[in-house]
Design a protein around this ligand. Structure first.
Ligand SMILES: Cc1cc2nc3c(=O)[nH]c(=O)nc-3n(C[C@H](O)[C@H](O)[C@H](O)COP(=O)(O)OP(=O)(O)OC[C@H]3O[C@@H](n4cnc5c(N)ncnc54)[C@H](O)[C@@H]3O)c2cc1C
Length: 442
């Protein structure tokens, strides 16, 4: 079987998380013929966790981790930095689903946070790791109702939370924009590009990381062979950790079941001391919109503000300058409605990034063909989902059993989508309708 990577990772705008870090040392890219015991495709959260876990469990094995760009330049370094422990179903109106499914999601997500915490603390990775939980903010009636349902769901799950009124929301965020809020303590906030670069820097010695190495073709066989610009790598076992880019692999049954969807972030210039005084509020916080289609906001300890909103269906897994300009204007509006007192503050960076979602929230986790394992499709929750699916796919491939792995294996497989052009029409109209419904939450 031969898989062709028609859509390779592109530069989807300047990402502030990545660009405000010091430049990384030069990349090592793949050149010539290389053999390894394992090859992992994609060094995002799932690929980094897979490679690390394989190396921990098999210290004598050779593991090659291949990344088309620099680590942190892809979605793993472009997200809003919320490591979310609670259910986060983007297709629902309040993030929750059924109770037993939600409990299992929580166990998986907390498994990821525990694993990541040990790595970050153990290696002293400087990624602004903050165990401060997340706020949910509501602006309108619909948002407030979603928040109430979310709170009821948390009560039923015995999960702690605190409801905040408008005055308390202003005390934290500095703005009087939010009518009500809810604080849930379990989420961790990070600087995502710093996190993944730190993870890459501290990989065990038996992992070879090849960056700036796009894979054009995969020959699935015994062994598998991955063909790149200047080389070729062979390994008997391969793990797909290329998330949205796996949606092009029809032969493995992924095309038509998992979908590349984009979302977008902007980072402001740092506020000066006068602007910080005018804004008020706490030094660092992260806010998720009550309506999943609304606007995520973070205030960083260095005085920058991050805005995230807008979802688009991008089947060719890239975005262009025109779309980014449109999104920049949308982010500007969202910024101004929330922070009218900061009218002179520029959004210095605007970028897009690819999520991978399925219609029913399912994942194609497991062995898709002999020696081909999959840890793709995080359904928008890659910081926790990507991490745990990477760790568990390594354990699964090595036959190591655990309760968390049983939970992962019980998750539904991604549902089949209608064919194009109906799929594209359906996804685009659903996104547009839901965004319209989000109203001022956007
Ligand atoms: C703006 C934005 C905000 C977000 N906010 C959050 C958030 O707050 N919390 C959260 O949990 N999630 C968030 N997400 C989602 C999260 O970023 C993704 O779910 C996560 O990155 C998925 O991790 P992954 O390792 O599975 O895939 P990716 O991070 O996409 O990694 C896949 C890697 O594979 C590489 N690759 C693909 N094809 C090839 C090829 N042919 N050759 C070589 N390499 C290849 C890519 O370059 C990429 O680095 C957000 C995403 C965006 C864009």
């Amino acid at each position: 079987m031969q898989l062709t990577c028609h859509h390779l990772p592109q530069n989807d705008g300047r990402c502030g998380w990545y660009d405000t870090l010091p430049s990384p040392p030069p990349a090592v890219s793949l050149k010539g013929e290389v053999k390894a015991d394992w090859v992992v495709l994609g060094a995002g959260l799932a690929g980094l966790a897979t490679a690390r876990r394989l190396a921990e469990l098999q210290p004598n094995a050779t593991i090659a981790l291949i990344e088309a760009r620099r680590v942190g330049a892809g979605a793993a370094g472009r997200n809003s930095g919320f490591m979310i422990d609670l259910p986060h179903d983007l297709t629902s109106h309040d993030y929750t689903g059924d109770k037993s499914g939600d409990r299992e999601q929580i166990r998986l997500n907390r498994g990821a946070i525990d694993y990541m915490r040990n790595i970050v603390k153990g290696h002293g990775i400087d990624c602004d790791w903050r165990e401060q939980g997340k706020l949910h903010g509501a602006v309108e009636d619909l948002g407030q109702r979603s928040l109430e349902t979310f709170a009821k769901g948390l009560t039923a799950l015995d999960e702690p939370y605190r409801v905040l009124d408008a005055r308390e929301m202003q005390a934290v965020t500095g703005t009087n924009f939010f009518q009500t809020g809810l604080h849930a303590p379990g989420a961790v906030l990070v600087q995502p590009a710093a996190l993944v670069r730190g993870l890459a820097r501290t990989l065990p010695e038996n992992v070879s990381l090849y960056e700036d190495t796009p894979v054009h073709k995969i020959e699935v066989g015994k062994p598998h062979a991955l063909v790149t610009d200047q080389g070729r790598i062979q390994a008997p076992r391969m793990v797909l950790a290329n998330n949205a880019y796996a949606a092009q692999f029809g032969q493995l049954g992924l095309k038509g079941r998992i979908l590349p969807v984009y979302t977008y972030g902007s980072l402001s210039q740092p506020l000066d001391s006068e602007q910080l005084a005018v804004l008020g509020g706490e030094e660092s916080w992260g806010l998720i919109p009550a309506n999943p289609m609304g606007t995520t906001v973070r205030r960083m300890g260095d005085g920058r503000i991050c805005i995230r909103n807008s979802f688009t269906y991008n089947p060719d897994i890239s975005t262009g300058a025109k779309r980014l300009a449109h999104v920049h204007a949308a982010h500007r509006r969202s910024f101004e409605t929330r922070f009218p007192m900061l009218s002179g503050v520029e959004l210095e960076y605007t970028w897009g990034g690819a999520l991978c979602v399925s219609r029913n929230g399912g994942m194609p986790f497991g062995e898709l063909a002999p020696g081909v394992f999959s840890a793709v499709c995080q359904n928008g929750l890659g910081l926790t989902r990507g991490t745990i699916s990477g760790k568990l796919i390594a354990e699964y491939a090595l036959g190591i059993e655990s309760e968390l792995l049983d939970i992962m294996l019980k998750q539904p497989k991604p549902a089949c989508n209608p064919p194009e052009p109906f799929l594209g029409m359906g996804v685009r109209s659903t996104l547009a309708w839901k965004e319209w419904q989000a109203g001022r939450e956007l």
